[in-house]
Design a protein around this ligand. Structure first.
Ligand code: NAD
Ligand code: DAU
Length: 348
C-alpha cells in the first residue's frame, strides 16, 4: 500500500484528481489534506467519501508544526500538491493570502518531505501542480514552452512562480525527487462560480448580466478538468524526476467568443430562444494588469509520456452546463454564503 498525500483535494481540480486516484488505485491510500477555505467543498466528494482507501484531513499547509507532525504520523510516499489560493482577482485585492498559502505553504510541505524522507528517496515523489500563468502574457503569436522564461504579472502568478522556483531549488540542492506541471485554464463540473465559465453559467441561469472584462479580447487555452486529472495521473506514474511538463488543451478562445458559445449552449439547455442569453453580455472595467493571451505547447508530455487532451470543447462545455443545471443544490449552497458579498465588492 502506498500512502499518497493530495493537498487541496476539496477544491475544483483536486476533487477530480482524488476521485480518479481513489477509484483507479485501490492499493493507494489517498489522504486529502484541505483547509476548506471558501473554495474547498466536501460536497465535491460525497460519492467517494466512504471509500476504504480514502481519508480526509482538515488542516492548513501554512501551519508548519501541524504539517511536520502529519508527515511523521502518516509516512507519505508521495505528495501531489494542489492546495493554493487560485483566483487572480482575489490576489489583486488580498495578495498576502497568496504569499502565505502558495509560497510558505509549499515550502512547509517541501521541508516536511525532505526531513521525513531523509535522503532516502527511493520510490518517493513530490509533485507540484502549477499554472501556465508563470510564463506571463503572450502577444498574437507564440506558445509557452517548458523553457520559456518566467515572467509572472499578477500576485497570483508571482506566488505560483515563486513556489515553482522553490520546488526546483529543493531538487537541485537536496536532490528531492520533484516533478512540476504547468497547466492552462481548466473548466468543468465543481468549479467555484468566481471563475469566468461557472460565474457566467450562474448569471445566465438567473438572468443576471455576464461581466466581461475590457473588450473581451483576452485569450485563454481551455482544458476539460478530467483531462487535467488524467495528465496528472500520467505524470505521477511516468514523469521523470526533476522535469517540468506543460499541459494544455490546444483550444484557444477569445473570452467574448467563448461566452457567445456558452450562451448558445445555455439557450438550448434552458429551452430559451437563441440569442436570449447573449443579451446579458455586459462589458465592465478591465482586470488590473490583465494578461492578454496564454497558449500552451504541450508536445513534451504528448511525445514523451503519450498523454493527449481527449474531450472536445463542444462536448466539454455541453457536459459542464448540464452538470451545473443538474446540481442546483451544490450551486445554491455556495452562493448562499459569503459569495454575495464577494460579488458585490468585485463587480459593483
Ligand atoms: P481551487 O481554488 O478550486 O481549490 C483550492 C483548494 O485548496 C481548496 O479546496 C482550498 O480549500 C484548498 N486550500 C487553500 N488554501 C489552503 C491551505 N492554506 N491549506 C490547505 N488547503 C488549502 O483551485 P483549483 O482551481 O482547483 O486549482 C488547484 C491547483 O491547480 C492550484 O495549485 C492552481 O494554482 C492550479 N491550477 C489551476 C488551474 C485552473 O484553471 N483552475 C489551471 C492550472 C493550474
Ligand atoms: O491559466 C491557468 C489559470 O487559469 C489558473 O492558474 C488560475 O487558477 C485560474 O483561475 C485561471 O486564471 P484566469 O484568470 O485565466 O481565469 P478566470 O476564469 O478568472 O478568467 C478567465 C478570463 O476571463 C480572463 O481573461 C479574465 C476574464 N474574466 C474573468 C471573470 C471572472 C472576465 O472577463 N470576467 C469575469 O467576471
Amino acid at each position: 500500500m502506498k500512502n499518497i498525500l493530495i493537498t487541496g483535494g476539496a477544491g475544483f481540480i483536486g476533487s477530480h484528481v482524488i476521485r480518479r486516484f481513489v477509484n483507479k488505485y485501490p492499493d493507494y491510500k489517498i489522504y486529502n489534506l484541505d483547509k476548506l477555505t471558501y473554495a474547498g467543498n466536501l460536497e465535491n466528494l460525497t460519492d467517494i467519501e466512504k471509500a476504504e482507501n480514502y481519508e480526509f484531513i482538515k488542516g492548513d499547509i501554512v501551519d508548519s508544526k501541524f504539517i511536520d507532525k502529519l508527515f511523521a504520523e502518516k509516512k507519505f510516499d508521495a505528495v501531489i500538491h494542489l492546495a493554493a489560493e487560485s483566483h487572480v482577482d482575489r490576489s489583486i485585492t488580498d495578495p498576502m493570502a497568496f504569499i502565505n498559502t502558495n509560497i510558505i505553504g509549499t515550502v512547509n510541505l517541501l521541508n516536511a518531505a525532505k526531513n521525513i524522507w531523509k535522503d532516502n528517496y527511493e520510490g518517493k515523489l513530490f509533485y507540484h501542480i502549477s499554472t501556465d500563468e508563470v510564463y506571463g502574457s503572450l502577444g498574437k503569436e507564440g506558445l509557452f514552452l517548458e523553457t520559456t522564461a518566467y515572467d509572472p504579472k499578477s500576485p497570483y502568478s508571482a506566488s505560483k512562480a515563486s513556489s515553482d522556483h522553490l520546488v526546483r531549488a529543493y531538487h537541485n540542492t537536496y536532490k528531492l525527487p520533484v516533478v512540476i506541471t504547468n497547466c492552462s485554464n481548466n473548466y468543468g463540473p465543481n468549479q467555484f462560480p468566481e471563475k469566468l465559465i461557472p460565474l457566467s453559467i450562474n448569471n445566465i441561469k438567473n438572468n443576471k448580466p455576464i461581466p466581461i472584462y475590457g473588450k473581451g479580447e483576452n485569450i485563454r487555452d481551455w482544458l476539460y478538468v478530467e483531462d487535467h486529472a488524467s495528465a496528472i495521473d500520467t505524470v505521477f506514474h511516468n514523469g521523470n524526476a526533476g522535469e517540468t511538463y506543460n499541459i494544455g488543451g490546444k483550444n484557444e478562445w477569445k473570452n467574448i467568443d467563448l461566452i457567445k458559445v456558452l450562451c448558445k449552449v445555455m439557450d438550448r439547455q434552458l429551452g430559451r430562444k437563441e440569442g436570449d442569453s447573449e443579451k446579458l453580455i455586459t462589458f465592465v472595467k478591465d482586470r488590473a494588469g490583465h494578461d492578454m493571451r496564454y497558449a500552451i505547447n504541450c508536445s513534451k508530455i504528448e511525445n514523451e509520456l503519450g498523454w493527449q487532451p481527449s474531450v472536445q470543447f463542444e462536448e466539454g462545455i455541453d457536459k459542464t452546463v448540464r452538470w451545473y443545471l443538474d446540481n442546483e443544490e451544490w450551486l445554491k449552497n455556495i452562493i448562499s454564503g459569503d459569495y454575495e458579498k464577494y460579488y458585490r465588492k468585485q463587480y459593483s
